[in-house]
Design a binder for this molecule. Sequence first.
Ligand SMILES: Cc1cc2nc3c(=O)[nH]c(=O)nc-3n(C[C@H](O)[C@H](O)[C@H](O)COP(=O)(O)OP(=O)(O)OC[C@H]3O[C@@H](n4cnc5c(N)ncnc54)[C@H](O)[C@@H]3O)c2cc1C
Length: 368
Amino acid sequence: MRLRTFESFWLLKNGLLYTYPSIQKDISTEIVVVGGGITGALTSHALVEKGYKVTLIDKRDIGQGSSSATTSMLQYEIDVPLSELSTMIGAYAAAQCYKAGIEAINKLGQLVKENKIDCGFEKKESLYIAHNEEAAQSLYEEFEIRNKCQLGVKWLKPEEILKIYGLKSFGGILSQTAASVDAYKLAHELIHYNVNRGMTVFDQTELKDFDFSAEKTIITSSEGHKISCKKVIFCSGFESTKMIKEDIAKLFYTYACVSEKEIKIPKKLKNTLVWDTNEPYLYMRTTDDGRLLVGGEDSSVNFPFFQQQIKESKTSKLIQTLEEIMPDIKFIEDFSWGGTFGSTKDGLPYIGKSPEFEHALFVLSFGG
Ligand SMILES: Cc1cc2nc3c(=O)[nH]c(=O)nc-3n(C[C@H](O)[C@H](O)[C@H](O)COP(=O)(O)OP(=O)(O)OC[C@H]3O[C@@H](n4cnc5c(N)ncnc54)[C@H](O)[C@@H]3O)c2cc1C
């Protein structure tokens, strides 16, 4: 009998790194950042860097939202292929989005290095493999477009992928820019770093209401305390879909599991993120403590009462699929978990103003 389930690996590995007081009186500040996940951590860091007086609030403890569940594959490539994105927003804009992804990974690496943040950040390559012949044809066309845009890609044939990575496939795109990180730890360490530079943090503090009509914006916590400020920036993750009327993202459930340590895999795989073209897709990467992490099995169905059983069946399916494409693997599950994931129609994040809330800004990293 399992008495508990669903804690993510990162939460168990790191524990509760830093806690902060909840708000107990009315205060005023320049900017309020709502949400202490990886998005709130990075956004508040950028604001502190620019010299703003920032207060960050979270209704949970820091990092306890999606950022403790993410497998943190840091990829410049979004779930919508460049070819498809080009037809939606134009070839130039689509290429710029993909290039921005490369720049973001490099900047994050720099930030971690300069500030000596211990969060398992590792620069890697990324391999996008085709799961059948038909998918290989479209993937090759995608490769040609990316290659034309100079995104640092190479086409690998099935036999090369098998020899180097031990993976059965129909060919794939190898990209030179990717990374992995412990996003939960990064969020905590970055917020802590900025608290030492003057940022104020209240955890267990929920934004319940806001009034943009006054000269200053007033936000009210669920306990009735008021924060007056010039600007509110919502970094409140997938739950934000409840406050925005516009249908900005489709939410579903996704699953992940990690192996025991010291799993035997080809050397090159340790340095490579892998995902495939199948639906639902399978992805994998190693962790900085020598485990293999696999994820995917996305599903729009989630019955809260059967979460444990669903998670177990999804984990078995993930391992079975892994064994099909990697027959030599011996994957012994150590931890598994699931969580909400969201996608916008173009796979891009939702950043900027919403017509409904003129005086607020949103930084919502749907799609990862
Ligand atoms: C299993 C799994 C695997 C994933 N893998 C990847 C991956 O490999 N790569 C990738 O890029 N992405 C991945 N994701 C997605 C990734 O987890 C999210 O995109 C990311 O963590 C979002 O971070 P965030 O800071 O925006 O949201 P969160 O971490 O959820 O932070 C938002 C915070 O806002 C707080 N909040 C919300 N409303 C309020 C309010 N009213 N008042 C106060 N606080 C509030 C919440 O408590 C929360 O802490 C994965 C997700 C899952 C579940």
